[in-house]
Design a protein around this ligand. Structure first.
Ligand SMILES: CC(C)(COP(=O)(O)OP(=O)(O)OC[C@H]1O[C@@H](n2cnc3c(N)ncnc32)[C@H](O)[C@@H]1OP(=O)(O)O)[C@@H](O)C(=O)NCCC(=O)NCCS
Length: 83
């Protein structure tokens, strides 16, 4: 699955959560899903498309880099378990 939201005020789209069942991972399914969102964004004629990525989530980072998403300053979360 993947989900996208369109925001008319900024004419932008946001590709939120993407997920692939564990037994189907590593077959390019996430890449294909996120390409469908890009196709959808083009149909809407958006000014820009955003997504978020945990910096330690290597598979998602790999897909997003492949698709040309550019990193920008993000949120830094402190994990209470790590403190
Ligand atoms: C992230 C997720 C959606 C990726 O789905 P997927 O269908 O396996 O992704 P793809 O097969 O399209 O691509 C994954 C890429 O990461 C690479 N990869 C996976 N694990 C890796 C690792 N540990 N180190 C380096 N590369 C890795 C794969 O080799 C592949 O790249 P390649 O095609 O160049 O070989 C899936 O792992 C998932 O559902 N995770 C849990 C939910 C989640 O974290 N979602 C993201 C937050 S919204």
């Amino acid at each position: 699955m993947t989900a996208a939201g369109y925001f008319p005020t900024t004419n932008s789209m946001y590709n939120m959560m993407t997920g692939v069942e564990p037994e189907y991972r590593g077959r390019g399914i996430a890449l294909a899903l996120k390409l469908l969102v890009i196709r959808c964004a083009r149909k809407y004629g958006v000014a820009y498309l955003r997504t978020n990525n945990d910096s330690e989530n290597v598979p998602m980072l790999t897909v997003n880099r492949k698709l040309g998403y550019l990193p920008v300053p993000g949120k830094y979360l402190l994990c209470s378990i790590c403190l």
